[in-house]
Design a protein around this ligand. Structure first.
Ligand code: SAH
Length: 364
């Protein structure tokens, strides 16, 4: 299994080169790419327009799928969470969030996470390992096939957010590979402009991302307006403190397209980071760095072992008003899928009690 090539993680030119090493003509590679990426087929045996002997050889040396869906949970609000396992038995979670005009798929970049953010449940898993490009691509295929049927074109646009488990900028190479595969018009055709990568602030990788022309949008998880508090909540801040982080953001900002803004995410923790004074501090900080940005306030999604409560609606509203009074574009994010542990910071491979609308899928 470890030696098998994950064909889902290969771009069209790479698949062409791959089939050529098997002595097959280039068009077989393009055919295979269309079957895996456009028709989202999950096994070589289903690609009946390929010759039988080629399918048999592919089965010997490669894999069309590596993730297995263990459980699927459907929230009252329509959000779906998939708990999957890698071939080496590590948890991977993906969340499908239907909205009126588009669907958003929140995918994981790592199994577990090495960062120790105190408000996030995923942190408690630690890092199990980074995911491969194929494992990233597969998460999106599994969600789309489940929502619409194998290979059916989604009726709405698909947005992707790298906000599941893991720190995407600690797995940037595989992530960018996956994004290249998914952007292909002969495949899923989900272009980088529809993708947002969220980071806790890996400064060198932010600078690297800024140099890439066809890159995804960037969101920065801030969570605190001062180093003292951010050191406590997000220990990565000790390595790259706020001023260094925002200086990198300023460099990134110079590469933004005219209507684009950098997003700052701010998880709202009752009595910890949600005072009026902290709102003013945050506004001053962002204004001082003068970055074309917006702030998303995310009410904390509680989970048993986490020592926090979400800020009240009134506090969130006040916080928003203070930021706006100082010229900061501010939005409040509505949590989705909290009841099935699908919301931000709740992904920790949890099995929840199944009800009649939820089912456990074995080997789907
Ligand atoms: N490691 C990346 C991506 C994963 S976290 C990052 O830090 O950005 C995605 C978002 O969820 C981050 O903005 C994070 O601050 C937020 N988050 C984490 N735990 C949360 C929780 N319990 N409630 C609400 N948001 C949370």
């Amino acid at each position: 299994m470890d030696k098998a090539v994950q064909l889902n993680g290969l771009s069209r030119p790479e698949l062409v080169a791959f089939v050529e090493t098997l002595g097959e003509p280039a068009y077989r590679g393009r055919q295979l790419f269309g079957a895996l990426q456009h028709r989202r087929l999950r096994s070589f045996d289903e690609i009946t327009d390929l010759p039988k002997d080629l399918r048999a050889r592919l089965n010997e040396i490669g894999t069309a799928t590596t993730l297995k869906v263990e459980s699927r949970y459907i929230s009252d609000d329509g959000t779906r969470r998939y708990l999957m396992k890698t071939h080496d038995n590590l948890p991977v979670e993906t969340v499908f969030i239907p909205e009126e005009r588009r669907d958003t798929i929140c995918f994981s970049s790592q199994s577990g996470c090495p960062l120790q953010c105190t408000f996030c449940l995923t942190a408690q898993l630690g890092l199990l390992r980074s995911l491969t490009a194929g494992e990233i691509v597969e998460q999106i295929q599994i969600a789309l096939n489940d929502a619409y049927g194998t290979g059916i074109k989604p009726p709405r646009g698909t947005n992707l957010v790298a906000m599941g488990a893991g720190e995407p900028l600690l797995n940037l190479d595989e992530l960018l590979k996956a994004l290249r595969v998914m952007a292909d018009p002969q495949g899923m055709h989900i272009v980088p402009n529809r993708v947002t990568v969220s980071t806790a602030g890996v400064v060198p990788r932010i600078l690297e991302l800024a140099t890439i022309s066809d890159r995804p949008h960037l969101a920065i998880s801030l969570a605190a307006p001062s180093d003292d508090l951010r050191n406590e909540l997000m220990p990565i801040n000790k390595r790259w403190p706020i001023d260094e982080l925002l200086s990198a953001c300023k460099i990134f900002e110079k590469t933004l397209k005219p209507n684009d803004r950098l997003t700052f995410e701010y998880v709202m923790l009752d009595g910890v980071n949600d005072s009026d004074e902290q709102a003013r501090q945050l506004a001053n900080l962002l204004n001082r760095h003068n970055i074309k940005s917006k702030v998303n306030l995310i009410p904390h999604n509680p989970a048993d072992p986490l020592p926090y409560r979400p800020s009240t609606d009134q506090t969130v509203e006040r916080f928003k008003n203070i930021l706006e009074s100082k010229g900061i574009h501010t939005y409040v994010r509505r949590p989705r899928g909290r009841d099935i542990f699908a919301a931000c910071g709740q992904l920790a491979a949890r099995q929840v009690t199944l009800n009649s609308r939820n089912e456990t899928l074995v080997g789907a």
